[in-house]
Design a binder for this molecule. Structure first.
Ligand SMILES: [Zn+2]
Length: 589
Protein backbone atom coordinates (compact mmCIF):
# COMPACT_ATOMS: atom_id res chain seq x y z
CA UNK A 1 0.00 0.00 0.00
CA UNK A 2 1.30 3.44 -0.89
CA UNK A 3 1.26 5.68 2.22
CA UNK A 4 -0.96 8.68 1.81
CA UNK A 5 0.52 12.14 2.32
CA UNK A 6 -1.17 12.87 5.69
CA UNK A 7 0.04 9.53 7.07
CA UNK A 8 3.56 10.24 5.88
CA UNK A 9 3.47 13.71 7.43
CA UNK A 10 2.23 12.27 10.71
CA UNK A 11 5.05 9.71 10.73
CA UNK A 12 7.64 12.38 10.05
CA UNK A 13 6.30 14.71 12.71
CA UNK A 14 5.90 12.11 15.44
CA UNK A 15 9.55 12.04 16.62
CA UNK A 16 9.80 15.82 16.38
CA UNK A 17 6.75 16.22 18.58
CA UNK A 18 8.46 14.08 21.21
CA UNK A 19 11.66 16.12 21.12
CA UNK A 20 9.81 19.39 21.30
CA UNK A 21 8.27 18.81 24.71
CA UNK A 22 9.80 21.54 26.83
CA UNK A 23 10.52 21.35 30.54
CA UNK A 24 7.53 23.63 31.26
CA UNK A 25 5.15 21.13 29.66
CA UNK A 26 6.17 18.26 31.93
CA UNK A 27 3.65 17.55 34.69
CA UNK A 28 1.24 20.15 33.24
CA UNK A 29 -2.49 19.54 33.86
CA UNK A 30 -4.20 17.46 31.18
CA UNK A 31 -7.72 16.51 30.18
CA UNK A 32 -7.21 13.03 28.78
CA UNK A 33 -4.40 10.55 29.54
CA UNK A 34 -3.53 10.60 25.83
CA UNK A 35 -2.75 14.34 26.12
CA UNK A 36 -0.31 13.97 29.00
CA UNK A 37 3.29 14.81 27.94
CA UNK A 38 5.57 12.16 29.47
CA UNK A 39 8.95 13.05 30.91
CA UNK A 40 10.91 9.99 29.86
CA UNK A 41 13.94 8.51 31.64
CA UNK A 42 16.24 10.15 29.06
CA UNK A 43 15.45 13.43 30.85
CA UNK A 44 15.70 12.06 34.40
CA UNK A 45 19.21 12.02 35.86
CA UNK A 46 18.24 11.02 39.42
CA UNK A 47 16.25 7.83 39.21
CA UNK A 48 15.66 5.39 42.03
CA UNK A 49 13.44 2.33 41.97
CA UNK A 50 11.78 1.53 45.28
CA UNK A 51 11.56 -2.08 44.20
CA UNK A 52 9.41 -4.50 46.20
CA UNK A 53 9.11 -7.21 43.55
CA UNK A 54 11.26 -9.61 45.53
CA UNK A 55 9.71 -9.45 49.01
CA UNK A 56 6.83 -11.51 50.43
CA UNK A 57 7.24 -14.25 47.85
CA UNK A 58 5.34 -16.91 49.79
CA UNK A 59 1.63 -17.05 48.81
CA UNK A 60 0.64 -16.87 52.51
CA UNK A 61 2.21 -13.40 52.62
CA UNK A 62 0.07 -12.04 49.78
CA UNK A 63 -2.67 -10.51 51.95
CA UNK A 64 -0.14 -8.36 53.83
CA UNK A 65 1.43 -6.89 50.64
CA UNK A 66 0.51 -3.19 50.17
CA UNK A 67 -1.87 -3.32 53.14
CA UNK A 68 -0.52 -0.03 54.50
CA UNK A 69 1.07 1.31 51.31
CA UNK A 70 0.70 5.08 51.30
CA UNK A 71 1.34 6.81 47.96
CA UNK A 72 2.04 10.11 49.76
CA UNK A 73 4.76 8.53 51.93
CA UNK A 74 6.50 7.00 48.90
CA UNK A 75 6.31 10.19 46.84
CA UNK A 76 7.57 12.24 49.83
CA UNK A 77 10.53 9.89 50.25
CA UNK A 78 11.39 10.40 46.57
CA UNK A 79 11.10 14.17 46.95
CA UNK A 80 13.24 14.27 50.08
CA UNK A 81 16.00 12.32 48.33
CA UNK A 82 15.84 14.57 45.22
CA UNK A 83 14.72 11.69 43.00
CA UNK A 84 13.31 12.90 39.65
CA UNK A 85 12.01 9.60 38.25
CA UNK A 86 10.94 6.26 39.69
CA UNK A 87 9.50 2.94 38.61
CA UNK A 88 5.94 2.28 39.78
CA UNK A 89 5.09 -1.40 39.63
CA UNK A 90 1.76 -2.23 38.03
CA UNK A 91 2.36 -5.97 37.73
CA UNK A 92 5.39 -7.13 39.78
CA UNK A 93 6.64 -10.73 39.83
CA UNK A 94 3.87 -11.70 42.26
CA UNK A 95 1.59 -11.51 39.20
CA UNK A 96 -1.12 -9.42 40.89
CA UNK A 97 -1.94 -5.87 39.83
CA UNK A 98 -1.71 -2.54 41.61
CA UNK A 99 -3.77 -0.77 38.92
CA UNK A 100 -7.48 -0.96 38.05
CA UNK A 101 -7.62 -4.06 35.86
CA UNK A 102 -10.03 -6.13 33.82
CA UNK A 103 -7.50 -8.68 32.61
CA UNK A 104 -5.72 -9.34 35.90
CA UNK A 105 -6.43 -9.50 39.61
CA UNK A 106 -5.61 -6.82 42.16
CA UNK A 107 -3.46 -7.53 45.24
CA UNK A 108 -5.93 -8.83 47.84
CA UNK A 109 -4.63 -6.60 50.68
CA UNK A 110 -4.42 -3.40 48.63
CA UNK A 111 -6.90 -0.58 49.04
CA UNK A 112 -8.13 1.35 45.97
CA UNK A 113 -5.99 2.20 42.98
CA UNK A 114 -2.50 2.33 44.47
CA UNK A 115 -0.86 2.65 41.04
CA UNK A 116 -2.92 5.65 39.94
CA UNK A 117 -2.68 7.44 43.28
CA UNK A 118 1.08 6.94 43.44
CA UNK A 119 1.52 8.44 39.96
CA UNK A 120 -0.64 11.37 40.99
CA UNK A 121 1.40 12.03 44.14
CA UNK A 122 4.68 11.75 42.22
CA UNK A 123 3.48 14.15 39.55
CA UNK A 124 2.40 16.69 42.20
CA UNK A 125 6.06 16.71 43.22
CA UNK A 126 7.30 16.84 39.60
CA UNK A 127 8.70 13.31 39.74
CA UNK A 128 8.36 11.10 36.67
CA UNK A 129 6.56 7.76 37.11
CA UNK A 130 7.56 4.79 34.94
CA UNK A 131 5.05 1.95 34.54
CA UNK A 132 6.38 -1.57 35.14
CA UNK A 133 5.04 -4.95 34.09
CA UNK A 134 6.95 -8.15 34.65
CA UNK A 135 7.51 -10.09 31.43
CA UNK A 136 8.79 -13.36 32.84
CA UNK A 137 8.70 -14.54 36.48
CA UNK A 138 4.97 -13.94 36.80
CA UNK A 139 4.54 -16.25 39.82
CA UNK A 140 0.73 -16.12 39.82
CA UNK A 141 0.62 -17.30 36.22
CA UNK A 142 3.23 -19.96 36.96
CA UNK A 143 1.33 -21.29 39.96
CA UNK A 144 -1.98 -21.37 38.14
CA UNK A 145 -0.46 -23.17 35.17
CA UNK A 146 2.00 -25.45 37.00
CA UNK A 147 2.22 -28.79 35.18
CA UNK A 148 1.62 -27.25 31.77
CA UNK A 149 4.49 -27.81 29.30
CA UNK A 150 5.19 -24.06 29.03
CA UNK A 151 5.91 -23.65 32.76
CA UNK A 152 9.48 -24.61 33.62
CA UNK A 153 9.83 -24.63 37.40
CA UNK A 154 13.24 -24.74 39.03
CA UNK A 155 12.44 -27.69 41.27
CA UNK A 156 15.35 -27.04 43.64
CA UNK A 157 14.03 -23.56 44.42
CA UNK A 158 10.30 -24.25 44.34
CA UNK A 159 8.20 -25.70 47.14
CA UNK A 160 4.68 -27.06 46.62
CA UNK A 161 2.28 -24.37 47.84
CA UNK A 162 5.21 -22.08 48.66
CA UNK A 163 7.78 -19.85 47.04
CA UNK A 164 8.52 -20.74 43.43
CA UNK A 165 11.24 -20.04 40.86
CA UNK A 166 11.59 -20.83 37.20
CA UNK A 167 10.70 -19.52 33.78
CA UNK A 168 7.67 -19.21 31.56
CA UNK A 169 8.09 -20.00 27.88
CA UNK A 170 7.37 -16.73 26.06
CA UNK A 171 5.75 -18.75 23.26
CA UNK A 172 3.18 -20.10 25.76
CA UNK A 173 -0.30 -19.90 24.24
CA UNK A 174 -1.89 -16.51 25.12
CA UNK A 175 0.92 -15.46 27.46
CA UNK A 176 2.36 -12.54 25.48
CA UNK A 177 -1.23 -11.44 24.88
CA UNK A 178 -1.67 -11.22 28.65
CA UNK A 179 1.48 -9.07 29.04
CA UNK A 180 0.23 -6.90 26.18
CA UNK A 181 -3.15 -6.54 27.86
CA UNK A 182 -1.56 -5.41 31.15
CA UNK A 183 0.60 -2.95 29.19
CA UNK A 184 -2.42 -1.59 27.31
CA UNK A 185 -4.28 -0.96 30.59
CA UNK A 186 -1.30 0.93 32.00
CA UNK A 187 -0.62 3.03 28.90
CA UNK A 188 -4.21 3.84 28.02
CA UNK A 189 -5.51 4.58 31.51
CA UNK A 190 -2.59 6.20 33.34
CA UNK A 191 -0.31 9.18 32.62
CA UNK A 192 2.94 7.21 32.85
CA UNK A 193 6.25 8.81 31.87
CA UNK A 194 7.84 5.58 30.63
CA UNK A 195 7.15 1.87 30.28
CA UNK A 196 9.44 -0.91 31.33
CA UNK A 197 9.17 -4.73 31.35
CA UNK A 198 11.26 -7.01 33.50
CA UNK A 199 13.08 -10.27 32.76
CA UNK A 200 13.43 -10.59 29.01
CA UNK A 201 14.06 -14.33 29.21
CA UNK A 202 12.33 -17.45 28.01
CA UNK A 203 12.58 -21.12 28.93
CA UNK A 204 14.95 -23.00 26.64
CA UNK A 205 14.23 -26.35 24.96
CA UNK A 206 10.49 -26.04 25.47
CA UNK A 207 8.11 -28.09 23.34
CA UNK A 208 4.80 -26.47 24.25
CA UNK A 209 2.09 -25.91 21.65
CA UNK A 210 3.24 -22.32 21.19
CA UNK A 211 6.84 -23.38 20.50
CA UNK A 212 5.68 -26.03 18.04
CA UNK A 213 3.60 -23.49 16.14
CA UNK A 214 6.37 -20.90 16.14
CA UNK A 215 9.00 -23.42 15.04
CA UNK A 216 6.83 -24.47 12.10
CA UNK A 217 6.32 -20.81 11.11
CA UNK A 218 10.02 -20.02 11.28
CA UNK A 219 11.56 -23.12 9.72
CA UNK A 220 8.68 -24.91 7.96
CA UNK A 221 9.58 -28.02 9.91
CA UNK A 222 7.99 -29.87 12.76
CA UNK A 223 9.51 -29.45 16.21
CA UNK A 224 9.86 -33.13 17.05
CA UNK A 225 12.33 -33.04 19.93
CA UNK A 226 15.20 -30.63 20.52
CA UNK A 227 17.83 -33.40 20.26
CA UNK A 228 16.94 -33.64 16.56
CA UNK A 229 18.34 -30.16 15.91
CA UNK A 230 21.79 -28.64 16.19
CA UNK A 231 22.96 -26.07 18.70
CA UNK A 232 22.69 -23.28 16.19
CA UNK A 233 18.99 -23.96 15.65
CA UNK A 234 18.46 -23.99 19.44
CA UNK A 235 20.00 -20.54 19.73
CA UNK A 236 18.29 -19.12 16.64
CA UNK A 237 14.94 -20.17 18.04
CA UNK A 238 15.68 -18.66 21.46
CA UNK A 239 16.77 -15.34 19.92
CA UNK A 240 13.67 -15.27 17.73
CA UNK A 241 11.49 -15.95 20.78
CA UNK A 242 12.79 -13.10 22.93
CA UNK A 243 13.11 -10.74 19.96
CA UNK A 244 9.43 -11.29 19.17
CA UNK A 245 8.49 -10.16 22.69
CA UNK A 246 10.50 -6.95 22.23
CA UNK A 247 8.98 -6.33 18.81
CA UNK A 248 5.40 -6.94 19.88
CA UNK A 249 5.57 -4.78 22.99
CA UNK A 250 7.31 -2.05 21.02
CA UNK A 251 4.65 -2.13 18.30
CA UNK A 252 1.86 -2.03 20.88
CA UNK A 253 3.28 0.95 22.78
CA UNK A 254 4.12 2.95 19.68
CA UNK A 255 0.56 2.38 18.46
CA UNK A 256 -0.95 3.64 21.71
CA UNK A 257 1.40 6.51 22.60
CA UNK A 258 4.72 6.91 20.75
CA UNK A 259 5.95 9.65 23.10
CA UNK A 260 6.25 7.21 26.04
CA UNK A 261 9.84 5.94 26.21
CA UNK A 262 10.12 2.18 26.62
CA UNK A 263 12.90 -0.17 27.75
CA UNK A 264 13.68 -3.72 28.84
CA UNK A 265 16.38 -5.36 30.90
CA UNK A 266 18.52 -8.41 29.98
CA UNK A 267 19.89 -6.65 26.91
CA UNK A 268 23.56 -6.46 27.82
CA UNK A 269 26.89 -7.93 26.74
CA UNK A 270 26.47 -10.90 29.13
CA UNK A 271 22.90 -11.83 28.11
CA UNK A 272 21.88 -14.21 25.30
CA UNK A 273 19.31 -11.84 23.79
CA UNK A 274 19.92 -10.21 20.42
CA UNK A 275 21.48 -6.82 21.24
CA UNK A 276 20.25 -5.37 17.97
CA UNK A 277 16.68 -5.90 19.24
CA UNK A 278 17.52 -3.30 21.89
CA UNK A 279 17.74 -0.69 19.15
CA UNK A 280 13.93 -0.74 19.01
CA UNK A 281 13.80 0.63 22.55
CA UNK A 282 14.13 4.30 23.49
CA UNK A 283 16.85 4.09 26.11
CA UNK A 284 19.53 1.52 27.00
CA UNK A 285 19.53 -0.07 30.45
CA UNK A 286 22.71 -1.10 32.24
CA UNK A 287 21.42 -2.81 35.34
CA UNK A 288 24.73 -3.50 37.12
CA UNK A 289 26.74 -0.51 36.11
CA UNK A 290 30.29 -0.11 35.07
CA UNK A 291 31.70 2.46 32.69
CA UNK A 292 32.63 -0.05 29.99
CA UNK A 293 29.14 -1.48 29.67
CA UNK A 294 27.60 1.96 29.80
CA UNK A 295 29.66 3.06 26.79
CA UNK A 296 29.15 -0.29 25.10
CA UNK A 297 25.34 -0.23 25.33
CA UNK A 298 25.04 3.42 24.44
CA UNK A 299 26.95 2.87 21.21
CA UNK A 300 25.64 -0.58 20.27
CA UNK A 301 22.03 0.50 20.73
CA UNK A 302 22.75 3.99 19.39
CA UNK A 303 20.89 5.77 22.19
CA UNK A 304 21.52 9.21 23.66
CA UNK A 305 21.24 7.87 27.21
CA UNK A 306 21.65 4.77 29.36
CA UNK A 307 19.82 4.08 32.59
CA UNK A 308 22.82 3.17 34.67
CA UNK A 309 22.19 0.97 37.71
CA UNK A 310 24.81 1.70 40.32
CA UNK A 311 24.05 -0.70 43.15
CA UNK A 312 21.88 -3.70 43.71
CA UNK A 313 21.43 -6.59 46.06
CA UNK A 314 22.22 -6.34 49.74
CA UNK A 315 20.40 -8.44 52.25
CA UNK A 316 19.34 -7.15 55.68
CA UNK A 317 22.44 -8.74 57.26
CA UNK A 318 25.01 -7.14 54.93
CA UNK A 319 26.55 -3.85 55.94
CA UNK A 320 25.50 -0.88 53.82
CA UNK A 321 27.85 0.27 51.09
CA UNK A 322 28.78 3.92 50.78
CA UNK A 323 27.78 5.62 47.55
CA UNK A 324 30.82 5.80 45.25
CA UNK A 325 30.61 9.43 44.15
CA UNK A 326 33.41 9.12 41.61
CA UNK A 327 31.79 6.14 39.90
CA UNK A 328 28.34 7.79 39.90
CA UNK A 329 29.81 11.02 38.50
CA UNK A 330 31.72 9.08 35.80
CA UNK A 331 28.47 7.43 34.73
CA UNK A 332 26.73 10.80 34.42
CA UNK A 333 29.57 12.26 32.33
CA UNK A 334 29.45 9.27 29.97
CA UNK A 335 25.71 9.63 29.27
CA UNK A 336 24.32 7.59 32.15
CA UNK A 337 21.21 8.35 34.13
CA UNK A 338 21.71 7.45 37.79
CA UNK A 339 19.53 4.55 38.82
CA UNK A 340 19.51 1.95 41.55
CA UNK A 341 17.30 -0.42 43.43
CA UNK A 342 19.77 -0.81 46.24
CA UNK A 343 18.27 -2.37 49.34
CA UNK A 344 15.28 -3.88 47.54
CA UNK A 345 15.33 -6.98 49.73
CA UNK A 346 14.69 -4.76 52.73
CA UNK A 347 11.44 -3.18 51.49
CA UNK A 348 8.62 -3.49 54.00
CA UNK A 349 5.89 -5.58 52.32
CA UNK A 350 3.08 -3.70 54.08
CA UNK A 351 4.25 -0.15 53.39
CA UNK A 352 6.62 -0.79 50.46
CA UNK A 353 9.05 1.60 52.15
CA UNK A 354 12.74 0.88 52.89
CA UNK A 355 13.86 -0.33 56.32
CA UNK A 356 15.14 2.20 58.87
CA UNK A 357 18.76 1.33 58.02
CA UNK A 358 18.09 1.86 54.33
CA UNK A 359 16.22 5.09 55.05
CA UNK A 360 19.35 6.39 56.76
CA UNK A 361 21.35 5.51 53.62
CA UNK A 362 18.86 7.41 51.46
CA UNK A 363 19.05 10.43 53.75
CA UNK A 364 22.82 10.49 54.30
CA UNK A 365 24.22 9.12 51.04
CA UNK A 366 21.73 9.45 48.21
CA UNK A 367 20.01 12.76 49.03
CA UNK A 368 23.13 14.99 49.12
CA UNK A 369 24.50 13.37 45.95
CA UNK A 370 21.22 13.80 44.05
CA UNK A 371 20.97 17.40 45.25
CA UNK A 372 24.36 18.03 43.65
CA UNK A 373 23.20 16.29 40.44
CA UNK A 374 20.13 18.52 40.31
CA UNK A 375 22.49 21.51 40.34
CA UNK A 376 24.73 20.28 37.50
CA UNK A 377 21.84 18.99 35.36
CA UNK A 378 21.96 21.85 32.81
CA UNK A 379 25.44 20.63 31.87
CA UNK A 380 24.45 16.98 31.56
CA UNK A 381 21.53 17.38 29.16
CA UNK A 382 22.20 16.25 25.57
CA UNK A 383 25.92 16.00 26.34
CA UNK A 384 28.15 13.61 24.38
CA UNK A 385 31.70 12.62 25.40
CA UNK A 386 34.38 13.82 22.97
CA UNK A 387 35.96 10.64 21.55
CA UNK A 388 38.69 10.16 19.00
CA UNK A 389 38.65 6.35 18.97
CA UNK A 390 35.71 4.21 17.87
CA UNK A 391 35.26 0.47 18.38
CA UNK A 392 33.22 -1.20 15.65
CA UNK A 393 30.78 -3.76 17.04
CA UNK A 394 28.77 -6.26 15.07
CA UNK A 395 26.30 -8.60 16.78
CA UNK A 396 26.93 -11.06 13.92
CA UNK A 397 30.45 -11.69 15.28
CA UNK A 398 29.05 -13.94 18.03
CA UNK A 399 27.56 -16.32 15.50
CA UNK A 400 31.03 -17.81 14.88
CA UNK A 401 31.37 -18.90 18.54
CA UNK A 402 29.83 -22.04 20.09
CA UNK A 403 26.38 -21.30 21.55
CA UNK A 404 26.71 -17.81 20.04
CA UNK A 405 28.74 -16.93 23.11
CA UNK A 406 29.56 -13.23 22.86
CA UNK A 407 32.00 -13.13 25.77
CA UNK A 408 35.30 -13.87 23.91
CA UNK A 409 34.45 -10.93 21.65
CA UNK A 410 33.51 -8.64 24.54
CA UNK A 411 36.70 -9.65 26.37
CA UNK A 412 38.83 -8.23 23.56
CA UNK A 413 37.03 -4.86 23.74
CA UNK A 414 36.78 -4.35 27.47
CA UNK A 415 40.50 -3.78 28.26
CA UNK A 416 40.88 -1.39 25.31
CA UNK A 417 37.89 0.71 26.41
CA UNK A 418 38.99 0.69 30.06
CA UNK A 419 42.58 1.68 29.26
CA UNK A 420 41.36 4.60 27.16
CA UNK A 421 38.97 5.73 29.89
CA UNK A 422 41.81 5.54 32.39
CA UNK A 423 43.66 8.06 30.22
CA UNK A 424 40.60 10.39 30.09
CA UNK A 425 39.90 9.43 26.46
CA UNK A 426 36.62 7.47 26.44
CA UNK A 427 36.04 5.41 23.30
CA UNK A 428 32.76 5.37 21.43
CA UNK A 429 31.20 2.11 20.30
CA UNK A 430 29.83 2.09 16.77
CA UNK A 431 27.39 -0.61 15.73
CA UNK A 432 28.16 -1.92 12.23
CA UNK A 433 24.55 -0.98 11.43
CA UNK A 434 25.52 2.69 11.98
CA UNK A 435 28.61 2.78 9.77
CA UNK A 436 26.61 4.80 7.23
CA UNK A 437 26.68 7.75 9.68
CA UNK A 438 29.58 10.26 9.73
CA UNK A 439 32.83 8.70 11.02
CA UNK A 440 35.33 11.45 10.38
CA UNK A 441 35.48 12.49 14.07
CA UNK A 442 37.38 9.27 14.77
CA UNK A 443 41.13 9.25 14.24
CA UNK A 444 41.07 5.49 14.69
CA UNK A 445 38.47 2.77 14.37
CA UNK A 446 39.21 -0.58 16.01
CA UNK A 447 37.55 -3.78 14.84
CA UNK A 448 38.53 -6.38 17.47
CA UNK A 449 37.47 -9.83 16.14
CA UNK A 450 34.57 -8.01 14.49
CA UNK A 451 33.25 -10.13 11.65
CA UNK A 452 30.12 -10.79 9.67
CA UNK A 453 30.09 -7.31 8.13
CA UNK A 454 28.19 -7.16 4.87
CA UNK A 455 29.53 -5.59 1.69
CA UNK A 456 27.86 -2.21 2.34
CA UNK A 457 29.28 -2.00 5.85
CA UNK A 458 32.75 -2.91 4.57
CA UNK A 459 32.41 -0.25 1.91
CA UNK A 460 31.77 2.37 4.62
CA UNK A 461 34.95 1.27 6.39
CA UNK A 462 36.92 1.42 3.12
CA UNK A 463 35.67 4.95 2.51
CA UNK A 464 36.62 5.93 6.07
CA UNK A 465 40.21 4.74 5.45
CA UNK A 466 40.23 6.28 1.99
CA UNK A 467 39.38 9.65 3.54
CA UNK A 468 42.23 9.43 6.05
CA UNK A 469 40.95 7.38 9.02
CA UNK A 470 43.10 4.61 10.48
CA UNK A 471 41.68 1.14 11.02
CA UNK A 472 43.08 -1.41 13.45
CA UNK A 473 41.83 -4.93 12.87
CA UNK A 474 42.35 -7.56 15.56
CA UNK A 475 42.30 -11.32 16.06
CA UNK A 476 41.03 -13.52 13.27
CA UNK A 477 39.21 -10.74 11.48
CA UNK A 478 40.48 -10.29 7.96
CA UNK A 479 41.65 -6.81 7.02
CA UNK A 480 41.35 -5.29 3.56
CA UNK A 481 44.24 -3.45 1.90
CA UNK A 482 44.34 0.30 2.42
CA UNK A 483 43.74 2.43 -0.60
CA UNK A 484 43.80 6.02 0.48
CA UNK A 485 45.17 8.36 3.09
CA UNK A 486 44.53 6.16 6.16
CA UNK A 487 46.31 3.02 7.36
CA UNK A 488 44.92 -0.46 7.88
CA UNK A 489 46.84 -2.42 10.51
CA UNK A 490 46.20 -6.02 11.53
CA UNK A 491 47.24 -7.30 14.94
CA UNK A 492 46.46 -10.70 16.39
CA UNK A 493 46.64 -9.34 19.92
CA UNK A 494 45.23 -5.90 20.64
CA UNK A 495 46.70 -5.54 24.13
CA UNK A 496 49.08 -2.81 23.02
CA UNK A 497 48.10 0.67 24.02
CA UNK A 498 51.27 1.93 22.29
CA UNK A 499 50.04 0.94 18.85
CA UNK A 500 46.57 2.27 19.58
CA UNK A 501 48.06 5.60 20.69
CA UNK A 502 50.35 5.75 17.66
CA UNK A 503 47.49 5.16 15.22
CA UNK A 504 45.03 7.44 17.03
CA UNK A 505 47.47 10.30 17.59
CA UNK A 506 47.25 12.71 20.52
CA UNK A 507 44.05 12.44 22.58
CA UNK A 508 41.59 15.36 22.80
CA UNK A 509 42.49 15.86 26.46
CA UNK A 510 45.82 15.34 28.27
CA UNK A 511 45.85 15.47 32.07
CA UNK A 512 48.71 15.92 34.53
CA UNK A 513 49.09 14.01 36.80
CA UNK A 514 47.98 11.25 34.39
CA UNK A 515 46.16 9.28 37.10
CA UNK A 516 43.79 12.22 37.55
CA UNK A 517 40.72 11.48 35.43
CA UNK A 518 38.59 13.97 33.52
CA UNK A 519 35.87 13.60 30.87
CA UNK A 520 35.23 16.24 28.26
CA UNK A 521 31.72 16.38 26.78
CA UNK A 522 30.10 18.47 24.07
CA UNK A 523 26.67 20.10 24.30
CA UNK A 524 26.06 20.80 20.64
CA UNK A 525 22.79 22.71 21.06
CA UNK A 526 24.29 25.05 23.64
CA UNK A 527 27.54 25.27 21.65
CA UNK A 528 29.73 24.60 24.66
CA UNK A 529 31.89 21.95 26.30
CA UNK A 530 31.80 20.60 29.83
CA UNK A 531 34.93 19.33 31.56
CA UNK A 532 34.07 16.91 34.38
CA UNK A 533 36.85 16.63 36.96
CA UNK A 534 36.36 13.22 38.50
CA UNK A 535 39.22 13.44 41.00
CA UNK A 536 39.85 16.06 43.63
CA UNK A 537 43.05 18.05 44.03
CA UNK A 538 45.27 20.03 41.64
CA UNK A 539 45.78 19.09 37.98
CA UNK A 540 46.54 20.56 34.59
CA UNK A 541 44.33 19.82 31.60
CA UNK A 542 45.26 20.46 27.98
CA UNK A 543 42.48 20.44 25.42
CA UNK A 544 43.54 20.04 21.79
CA UNK A 545 42.00 22.57 19.44
CA UNK A 546 41.29 20.09 16.64
CA UNK A 547 38.77 18.28 18.89
CA UNK A 548 37.36 21.15 20.95
CA UNK A 549 38.10 24.82 20.57
CA UNK A 550 36.92 26.69 23.67
CA UNK A 551 38.55 30.03 24.36
CA UNK A 552 37.32 30.71 27.87
CA UNK A 553 35.88 29.31 31.07
CA UNK A 554 32.22 30.38 31.19
CA UNK A 555 31.29 28.83 34.52
CA UNK A 556 32.67 26.69 37.31
CA UNK A 557 30.86 24.31 39.67
CA UNK A 558 30.91 24.51 42.60
CA UNK A 559 31.23 28.28 42.41
CA UNK A 560 33.79 28.55 45.21
CA UNK A 561 36.46 26.57 47.06
CA UNK A 562 38.73 26.04 44.07
CA UNK A 563 40.52 28.00 41.34
CA UNK A 564 41.22 27.57 37.67
CA UNK A 565 43.22 29.58 35.18
CA UNK A 566 42.94 29.08 31.42
CA UNK A 567 45.60 30.13 28.96
CA UNK A 568 46.12 29.59 25.29
CA UNK A 569 48.74 26.94 24.54
CA UNK A 570 50.31 25.97 21.22
CA UNK A 571 47.86 23.15 20.56
CA UNK A 572 44.79 24.59 22.27
CA UNK A 573 43.77 25.58 25.77
CA UNK A 574 45.67 24.78 28.96
CA UNK A 575 43.79 24.93 32.28
CA UNK A 576 45.55 24.93 35.66
CA UNK A 577 43.32 23.72 38.47
CA UNK A 578 43.94 24.01 42.20
CA UNK A 579 41.95 23.88 45.43
CA UNK A 580 40.12 21.12 47.24
CA UNK A 581 36.42 21.31 46.30
CA UNK A 582 34.73 18.05 45.19
CA UNK A 583 32.32 17.18 42.33
CA UNK A 584 33.95 19.83 40.16
CA UNK A 585 33.20 20.75 36.57
CA UNK A 586 34.01 23.55 34.16
CA UNK A 587 31.80 24.95 31.44
CA UNK A 588 33.88 26.04 28.45
CA UNK A 589 32.89 28.26 25.54
ZN1 LIG B 1 7.22 -23.20 24.68
Amino acid sequence: MKPTLPLLTALLLAPLAVLNVSAEEWFAPFQRVADYKPKGPTHCFRQFNHDWSYVARHPDQLPELLREADPVALAELCRQTHVDGTVVMAVPHHGYCTHETRVGKKFPGMKGDWFGRTIEELHKRKIAAFGYVTLNWNWKFMRENAGQPFIHLDLKKSQPGGQISGLICLNAPSYLELVEAYTREVLENYPVDGMRWDILMSAKHCTCEGCKRRFQELYQRELTQWADFDEQRHMDFYLATTRRAVERLHALCKRIKPSVEIWQNCLNSYHDNDLDAGRLLDIAYNEHSDSFRLLFLRGVMNKPAVINGLMTGNTPTEPLVALDRRQWRTGLALGGRCYSYYGFRQANPRTLLPSDTMLAWHREQLAPFYKMVSEIEPWLQDAVPVSHIGIVFSERTRFQFPKYNRSPYVKTMEPIANACLQRSAPVEFVNALDLDKPLSRFKLLIAPLTSGLNETELEHLRRYVHDGGNLLVGGDARPFPSSGKGKVVHLRNLNSSEIIDRLAGPAPVIVQPPESRVILTRQEKQRRWVLHLLDDGPCTVEIRREFAAPTKIAHQYPASGWQCVAESAGTGLRIQISGQATDRLLVLE
